[in-house]
Write a protein that binds this ligand. Sequence first.
Ligand code: GYE
Length: 328
Amino acid sequence: MTKTVCRYSAVIRILCVLLAAVFLSGCAKQELDEPELLLGFSQLGSESAWRIGNTRDIEEKAEQYGVSLMLENANQKQENQIAAIRRFIAYQVDVIAFSPIVEEGWDNVLLEAKDAGIPVILVDRDISTENEDLTRCHIGADFYREGVEAAEYLIRKTDSEGMDHVRIVEITGTEFSTPMQQRQAGFMDTIRDDERMEVMESVNGDFLKSRGAECMQDLLERYGNDIDVVFSHNDEMTLGAIPEIEKAGYRPGEDILIISIDGGQDAIDVLKEGKINCVVECTPMLGSALMETALKLKAGEQVERLIHPKEEVFSDEQDLTKIGPRGY
Ligand code: GYE
């Protein structure tokens, strides 16, 4: 009888040990599976190949870095972005990132994030605020430099073609956005002292292909043969404008010089065909820098205040066969 009890208790002890082992290994697994970081990201929309490439890159890099991503697309509306940031705060994400569609109007919601102790990263575009503490870091291109590069290309081209009067039309991006303001400022500041340059008109194309086409149609109707150069703030609007130039009987890249910004695959293909003269690169591949910065913030480490990716200029001055696939 005693022997049987002993044997039972030994079996029970072994079972308990096994159960504990299973339970503990379950816990350890759960710990491993739990993401290190929950990141809320508000994307501003999907207006261009650049934006779509940017969203895809952020999704892919989140996966690679083991970051759990809550992604919301604001469909070009600031109020949607503000609502998304409020949802991220309510959800108590570890870090918030967003690409602000315009520069003004963020202070209130960012104060709420600050009060909740959630660090905020600006991706791509910047904001305008008196209170620098509302965000921790900005990861995005140097848009002013892009405008300067576009103008410097034009000055070199003007020299090499021996043009003495250059009449320019500018198709700008979304009003009050950082790239629109900075690209324009960089371009204007660089051509200002060059007496050959005349900007006949700046029109707003909102970074959209359809608007680029409409703007170009209208500009051609009003200025026709007088247009020497189109400076367009992104590839999408450029790709909308080119067929309109052809329909009006001009050769883009020859009769009218075309300068664009972004460097997506479609625009690079058209550059290779000779219908665009220069594309200043603006890379949408900001995902790795975003994940690394967010992980550092979660770990309580210091981060750089401003991170500019390295970018190039592609133009008819180079051997274009060397440009590799763009990935967006
Ligand atoms: O150039 C344009 C896009 O903010 C840099 O937004 C970005 C701009 C980009 O839609 O294509």
